[in-house]
Design a protein around this ligand. Structure first.
Ligand code: NAD
Length: 438
């Protein structure tokens, strides 16, 4: 079922209402829309919009100044019907319970869409790691592991990096877990290769964004040469996506980070920009580029837009001014539910987060498989298997959207929701079919 045809005025008011939803409510809005399309019962809708468990911890940390500070951390375990909870840990001042719930739910739908045997979870600590020393971040990470206790484990809940966390943080996480429980490399993914990490994990999410973007461009008859692209967020996801698309002939004209954006209509030299960011810790003041604001970057006259920073950056307010024909969501939830409706009405193709940025959790799955089997793969195998899973999920989503004339987001959520509901039916048959209860 396509979205009902509405007048421009109705769309505007519906989109404005949708933008009032919290990030978690917005994810459930997409789940419920897909559930209606899949013909799920009210009971089924209720259980798939209900989370499994969440933990909130207070973390007293001795700071370098000699004073104690208390940080708040969360771990939300959304669903484990298809396998252990899986999802990253974010360190950021805006981390809050609703955001963590939304991110955990997205992991359930992402792992289901790409059909890997995991559920969904997410964690975060409300902190500003840019203002903390390595020692403070390490002490906070170790305290987080201790407070999470038995809630996590290599067959229970497996964390990974997210915003402001990386392989180094995962190494501390692994070490603290080993002190408490014995060495288990499968407790986290995204670790350094020397500690059982997978080759190809660091660039996996960006590589997945590249695969999804090129696949969508092929469907839209867009050739890489001459296609312009802007990337918001030049961190792990954004910088690798930009580099890989640059290598395939796209012209990356703008890139940004938390400090600002840079623009060059002739195309930025992405390897040099990566070097510049390494040396200066930001993309700003990149030689021969013009400065730009993050808001301006989103509204640039480009063919492809990759929001790869934080959530809710394209809303009902700025979506009408977005000029890109194609958006691939490198970040999680970068488009609000209202913004999404506006873009759909404008005819913009949006490759949703649960598809576009699934490369990271796919290679995390490979890493976990390698840890459990103590047998390590070559990069060529990681990349080939990643390409296969991404392409399969993309084709299934595109086809369902085409047949039912829906957005890619609705199609992706429908595939994901149907798989989880099927697994729940098989595990809990008596609840789904009361007549057969004995
Ligand atoms: P990161 O910390 O490596 O990079 C984030 C980037 O965004 C940094 O360059 C930062 O400066 C920039 N940024 C922060 N605030 C900004 C703002 N207001 N405007 C513009 N840029 C801003 O994080 P990451 O791992 O690249 O994650 C980015 C997004 O991708 C998040 O939504 C995350 O959940 C999602 N994601 C990450 C992975 C992964 O494997 N790392 C996997 C799937 C999804």
């Amino acid at each position: 079922m396509a979205l009902p045809k509405t007048t421009m005025l109705q769309t505007k008011s519906l989109a404005a209402d949708l933008d009032k939803l919290s990030t978690y409510e917005a994810v459930n809005h997409h789940v419920l829309t897909a559930s209606d399309q899949a013909g799920l019962t009210d009971y089924e809708k209720k259980i798939i919009t209900t989370l499994h468990r969440e933990v909130r911890v207070e973390l007293p940390i001795l700071m370098d100044t000699g004073k104690w500070e208390v940080f708040t951390g969360f771990r939300c375990q959304h669903d484990n019907t298809r396998g252990p909870f899986k999802g990253g840990i974010r360190y950021h001042p805006t981390v809050n319970q609703d955001e963590v719930r939304a991110l955990a739910a997205l992991m359930t739908w992402k792992t289901s869409l790409v059909d890997i045997p995991f559920g969904g979870g997410k964690g975060g600590i409300e902190c500003d790691p840019t203002q903390m020393s390595d020692g403070e971040i390490q002490r906070m990470t170790r305290q987080f592991v201790r407070r999470l206790g038995s809630v996590i484990g290599p067959h229970t809940d497996i964390p990974a990096p997210d915003v402001n966390t990386d392989a180094r943080v995962m190494a501390w996480f692994l070490d603290e877990y080993a002190i408490l429980n014995g060495h288990e490399p499968g407790i986290v993914t995204g670790k350094p290769v020397a500690l059982g990490g997978s080759v190809g994990r660091e660039d996996a999410t960006g590589r997945g964004v590249m695969i999804a973007t090129l696949a969508a461009m092929a469907k839209l008859d867009m050739l890489p040469e001459g296609t312009t692209c802007a990337v918001q967020g030049f961190g792990n996801v954004g910088s690798f996506a930009a580099l890989l698309l640059h290598e395939r002939g796209l012209r990356i004209v703008a890139a940004s980070d938390a400090f600002g954006a840079v623009y060059d209509p002739r195309g930025l030299d992405i390897p040099k920009l990566i070097e510049h960011r390494k040396n200066t810790r930001s993309v700003i003041e990149f030689p021969q580029s013009e400065p730009l604001s993050n808001a301006e970057l989103l509204e640039l006259e480009v063919d492809v837009l990759l929001p790869c920073a934080l959530d809710n950056v394209i809303t009902v307010e700025n979506a009408p001014r977005v000029k890109a024909k194609l958006i691939a969501e490198g970040a999680n939830s970068p488009i609000t539910a209202g913004g999404d409706l506006v873009l759909w009405e404008k005819g913009v193709t949006v490759v949703p987060d649960i598809l576009a940025n699934a490369g990271g959790v796919i290679v995390s799955y490979f890493e976990w498989v390698q840890n459990l089997g103590s047998f390590y793969w070559r990069r060529s195998r990681v990349e080939a298997e990643l390409g296969e899973l991404m392409s399969r999920a993309f084709e299934q989503t595109w086809e369902l959207a085409r047949v039912h004339k829906t957005s890619l987001r609705q199609a992706a959520f429908r595939i994901a929701v149907e798989r989880v509901v099927e697994a729940k039916r098989l595990r809990w048959m008596q609840y789904f079919e009361p007549a057969k209860r004995h």
